[in-house]
Ligand binder design. Structure first.
Ligand code: SF4
Length: 433
């Protein structure tokens, strides 16, 4: 954990935090806030803060730009005397701290990424809704994908001890959390360092037993090369494990997969998806693809298009390739022009929109539990929530009509009546708090 000044050496401060990047950053941000609170500082909104900590991301170009913009916004506030100190944490500061220090003199400290220890406990969730929490089981990654800077930034792969993970899950349950989202850079590697085996399925089963009152336990970020039969069985048998699997595939052309260093092939990927659907009926699948990777031809791209038409995914994230210094792919020949990357992005998104229509129509008439998140804008009897097929922050959800007032965190049974863009729509058939 970063060094946090304590008030014995100075006054107690109002500390606010800007959380950028992925949900793993959110867990780090909560740990950071907890360390400030332990030192006697007060946690406030950014508007009321003396010190603002910005937890940055630098995974791809867009994330870097967002982080720099946020820092410049804070520099402006400091110049106007509205805040006293700026602390830059996270990936951007880890990666570019040495370059940024002379450029951003108004920043008081750059503290890099937080190192996870195997016995670390997780700070209480204060940046996510009271009913949904992220449970981090590991940090960093054992793979070396040629486009990815994460293993360099995050350092050695670390799994947290099962006992620590289970205590955190229990603490979440005691606070009334309805959904625990299990995260890591690659959750399928869990245990390889600590227990010398892939222990994710075992861990999941233990979490299910330890938190009998948490209705949804969801797994995010599984590497396609390491989804084991044991894991699929745990998902099929664990009634409270969401039938949802997030498997970032990145591509399906063997040429591109090889250049990416993904350790899998098109045929193996199709076989995995077929097995996942057979062993865990009703499983919702999420994936992510990169378009415009160096050397990707129109033929490779068409293979990807055909793949998502033949293998429908409930959720697809599409990213244009971002050329990152320090990665192996940075030096690859055949960088794809920005305009081509953008055009492929749009074509893939369009193809996914068509796929989604078909999937949505197949859900009409079915019933599902929905976790209510908020009231929909402009209507008193309309709400928005998520089914077990939708992860927080990244997926669509379900618009729900109900004559009875619903509150965030409630779970209701909903009959699906149709769709609206990326979301479904339905009506309540049963309500239970
Ligand atoms: S598996 Fe994911 S986190 Fe690990 S190196 Fe590849 S892209 Fe990066």
């Amino acid at each position: 954990m970063a060094h946090v000044p304590s008030p014995e050496k100075g006054p107690s401060l109002n500390v606010g935090l800007l959380d950028l990047g992925c949900v793993r950053n959110t867990v780090d941000s909560q740990d950071l806030l907890a360390s400030f609170a332990r030192k006697g500082h007060r946690i406030t909104s950014v508007e009321n803060a003396d010190v603002v900590v910005v937890n940055t991301c630098s995974f791809i170009e867009d994330a870097k730009r967002e982080s720099i913009d946020a820092i410049l916004g804070l520099v402006d506030l400091k110049r106007k005397g509205r805040i006293k100190k700026i602390v830059v944490a996270g990936c951007l500061s880890q990666r570019y701290g040495a370059v940024l220090v002379p450029e951003l003199k108004e920043v008081d400290a750059f503290i890099g990424v937080q190192k996870l220890r195997k016995d670390s406990r997780q700070a209480p969730a204060v940046l996510t809704p009271a009913y949904s929490s992220y449970l981090r089981i590991s940090e960093s990654c054992l793979h070396q994908c040629s486009f990815c800077i994460i293993p360099k930034l995050k350092g050695r792969f670390v799994s947290r001890r099962m006992s620590a993970v289970l205590k955190d899950a229990e603490a979440m349950a005691l606070l009334g959390v309805r959904e625990i989202n299990v995260i890591g850079q690659d959750v399928t590697a869990y245990g390889l360092d600590l227990y010398k085996r892939r222990a994710l399925a075992d861990l999941l089963r233990r979490i299910v037993r330890r938190v009998p009152d948490v209705p949804w336990i969801r797994l995010l970020y599984a590497h396609p090369s390491h989804v084991t039969d044991d894991l699929l069985d745990a998902m099929a048998r664990g009634k409270r494990i969401c039938r949802y699997l997030d498997i970032p595939l990145q591509h399906v052309s063997d040429r591109v997969l090889k250049m990416m260093g993904r350790g899998t092939t098109h045929i193996k990927t199709v076989a995995l998806l077929e097995k996942a659907r057979r062993r865990v009926p009703g499983m919702a699948l999420r994936t992510a693809f990169i378009v415009g990777f160096p050397g990707e031809t129109e033929k490779d791209f068409r293979e990807l298009l055909r793949f998502i038409e033949e293998n429908p995914f409930d959720h697809v994230g599409v990213f244009t390739y971002s050329r990152e210094e320090g990665t192996a792919a940075y030096r690859l020949k055949g960088q794809v022009p920005r305009a081509v990357r953008q055009e492929r992005y749009e074509r893939l998104m369009e193809a996914q929109a068509q796929v989604l229509q078909g999937l949505h129509h197949s859900r009409i008439g079915t019933e599902s539990e929905v976790l209510i998140e908020k009231r929909a804008e402009g209507r008193m009897d309309r709400y928005w929530g998520r089914s077990p097929w939708d992860a927080p922050d990244v997926d669509g959800g379900v618009f729900v009509e109900s004559r009875r007032r619903l509150i965030p965190g409630m779970m209701v049974r909903v009959r699906i009546l149709g769709d609206e863009g990326y979301d479904l729509r339905g009506e309540v058939v049963d309500e239970r708090a």
